[in-house]
Design a protein around this ligand. Sequence first.
Ligand code: NAD
Length: 488
Amino acid sequence: MTAKTATYRNYVGGAFLDEGTPFDSINPANGERAAVVYAADQDIVYRAVASAKAALDGPWAKMPVQERLSYLHKLADGIEARFDDFVAAEIADTGKPASQARNLDIPRGAANFRAFADLLKGASTECFEMDTPDGAGAINYAVRKPVGVVAVIAPWNLPMLLMTWKLAPALACGNTVVAKPSEETPGTATLLAEVAHDIGLPPGVLNILHGFGPDATGEFLVNHPDVDAITFTGESRTGTAIMQGAARGVKPVSFELGGKNAAVVFADADFDAAVDGVARSTFTNCGQVCLCSERVYVERPIFDRFVAALKQKAEELIAGDPFDETTNFSPLISHGHRDKVLSYYALARDEGATVVTGGGVPQFGDKRDQGAYVEPTVLTGLPQTARVMREEIFGPVCHVMPFDAEDEAVRLANDSDYGLAAAVWTTNLSRAHRVARQMDVGIAWVNTWFLRDLRTPFGGMKLSGIGREGGLHSLHFYSEPTNICIKL
Ligand code: NAD
């Protein structure tokens, strides 16, 4: 379970710096130090932005598109060549099961680079012919230019997957990047900098900075006047703070923020598939996926049976050594986050919930007791107005509530300040279409969860975000179109 202590440095202008303020990164599976990390101070942040700006004005902008895109494929090749290193670094930072890191997080990192390289290669721009009073006409066509220096700020829950989801389209569109992984998960971003270095990505095109957010590395970066656009994944209130700074420079922002997602299970659903699906959408990554279901609405005739089956699924989860292939449940990211999740477990009791299963801290009798584990938890009995029903917990917990009618289920699901994702479980085809399109969310799944096609729009409504990324939506955010109008 214990990996050796790594050292993670800032990567600026094509070099790893022996500077910064060291801090410890803790392995949440056992409480041990996983790495020493060097936080970038303001001077390092400013040097990173300057190097990104110089690279933008230098070889990167002038490079033929095919050559630029070949670097993205080389980054993907480099991730695949060091696959086990990436897996180990992701596990040391997060404690997540190896099966998940191997099958999801790291492969998606490589896939993001390939997908956006291929997308840009085939992407066209707009062309419009127009009439003019003299009868000769005019043609308009758009050319796509980079936005400039892009700041990428990533969270800790799916570190590699979510950072590359933004890096790949930003680089494909010809921007240069200064990226900051979460202070909780510095590992895979540093390995990516090593891959970039080894494949000869021109200095300054990709800079990786470590450090904290408020009044620190993250804030210095997003508020830098030479940052031209900000793409951020994280908490909604962090989005508010970043937006206040971005407003000063009227900078474009793309925000993928929090969720309080609903799953709606109709009595006509494939029962076993729905139980499996809701167990997955509640407990995957210890509930630390923005898309996880924290509110589950179940049609009354199957309510009791569903709650009992979900309880059984929760109790069957295996919180073993992350490297053990049978392990399918992980610790939370940190002891600090565990305090937050446990405070919601206590609040649920105070608000009158019935704790169907879980609600506490498991005892293992080994090193895992120094980790940040909590029990997978199923709640019932709360009103829709309870704080536990309204605030994002970001842990392995859901509340299950019965409903009697389709329109009631839709109303309850949409009764949230957030609007990221929903999952609908039904075998009635008309109902599937009807209910899915009524969900006020960026993505509504039917009879599945977390199935993603990288060409499709991804983002959230209400407190869950601003804008969409994915496919052409990413190209729109990461490029500036100039319309050229030619009078014939
Ligand atoms: P967070 O907002 O605390 O931190 C995210 C990143 O922002 C970190 O790198 C942090 O250092 C940085 N940061 C914090 N304050 C900053 C500031 N003032 N200026 C600049 N940078 C700052 O989020 P987190 O706890 O790392 O991640 C969990 C949250 O992310 C949850 O709310 C989850 O729902 C959300 N999330 C959303 C999506 C999505 O696609 N919508 C995906 C994953 C996670």
